[in-house]
Ligand binder design. Structure first.
Ligand SMILES: [Ca+2]
Ligand SMILES: [Ca+2]
Length: 325
């Protein structure tokens, strides 16, 4: 410790010689200065060591901790307004835990998924928006600002293509096979992973507002408060990313075919679901369903084309996604 040694060496020995009072005073003031020097040196060394230790520890932490990709954004993502006047949120790229090991069997195993950024409608597609493009309104409970319902997966996909063409974008769905081109710049249904990521908005609890089911009525129209019908979109509190009615109102079609065991072998990056199936995924629960079906990880499904006797089709709607780059 060179600094301390130097300080210690510079302290005169008060008992070394016999000296006159002036010399003693001088000697005493020298002793004081010496002690002060030692004290300053000691403080300096402690400070120096503390700073070095802090830099070292902080540097290690940065190197080993994962990026906080699944943390909620400090503010809601930025939004854009499409030429048709619909609002879309720019959902940031990131990683999240999809599914719930304490949920239903089809929600297991919970697994990490990484997604690219994408745009997502902040609201369910309304009857007004659907009718403007499709010249028809299949909904049972009519209202221009209510979500369109009684729309099967097939018609939801047709709407996506019509919306793309109207905006001068390349449709995502092949008009014959309905295969989805994820590279096209048009509109499509969200993948199931995109939907859950957007619904969770950085949260890991049952709902995007936490685990307290009593708070659901403030954020969603479900069986307990909807009065057996849909409601105009955007009336309840949005999730942390500014998305409305992700829990409840109408259940929302996803692009993926449904498989109860899809999570057991899902790719970690931008999963698109099983290659084939009879049913497609519906998410978020609805005015018809209880609080459990409104959970962020809850999965439901329905046939691609409604059968005549399809129960609950008046609870099926959707929102669209568009690639961000
Ligand atoms: Ca919904
Ligand atoms: Ca389920």
């Amino acid at each position: 410790m060179p600094i301390l040694d130097q300080g210690r060496n510079s302290v005169p020995n008060p008992k070394s010689e016999t000296r006159n009072p002036k010399e003693i005073r001088n000697s005493k003031s020298e002793e004081k200065r010496g002690k002060a020097f030692v004290a300053r040196a000691l403080v300096f060394e402690i400070l120096f060591c503390t700073i070095i230790a802090c830099v070292f520890i902080t540097g290690c932490d940065r190197g080993t901790q994962p990026l906080p990709a699944s943390e909620p954004a400090a503010t809601a993502p930025k939004t854009i307004t499409t030429p048709a006047g619909l609002t879309m949120a720019l959902i940031p790229a990131g990683e999240f835990e999809m599914g719930d090991n304490n949920g239903d069997p089809d929600e297991r195993p919970a697994h990490n998924v990484q997604l690219n950024a994408f745009y997502l409608d902040t609201h369910e597609v309304t009857q007004k928006a659907y009718e403007a493009l499709m010249q028809q309104n299949p909904s049972k409970s009519k209202g221009p600002d209510k979500p369109v319902e009684q729309v099967d997966w097939y018609h939801a996909v047709l709407f996506c293509n019509m919306r793309s063409l109207k905006a001068g974008l390349k449709p995502c769905y092949d008009s014959k096979t309905l295969a989805c081109d994820f590279n096209a710049n048009g509109y499509r249904l969200p993948t199931e992973a995109e939907w859950e990521y957007a619904c969770r908005a950085g949260t890991r609890e049952k709902y995007s507002f936490g685990n307290d089911t009593a708070r659901l009525k403030g954020c969603a129209w479900s069986k307990s408060n909807a009065g057996q019908t849909t409601h105009p979109v955007g009336q309840k509190a949005p999730n942390p990313w500014g998305l409305y009615d992700m829990h409840g109102n109408v259940a929302e079609w996803c692009n993926d075919f449904y498989s109860e065991t899809a999570y057991s072998n899902s790719p970690a990056r931008d999963p698109h679901g099983p290659a084939s199936g009879d049913k497609c995924v519906l998410r978020g629960g609805s005015w018809r369903t209880g609080e459990d079906s409104c959970r962020s990880s809850a999965r439901n499904s329905e046939t691609v084309r409604f059968a005549d006797a399809c129960f609950g089709s008046d609870a099926c709607g959707f929102r669209c996604v568009k690639r961000a780059s």
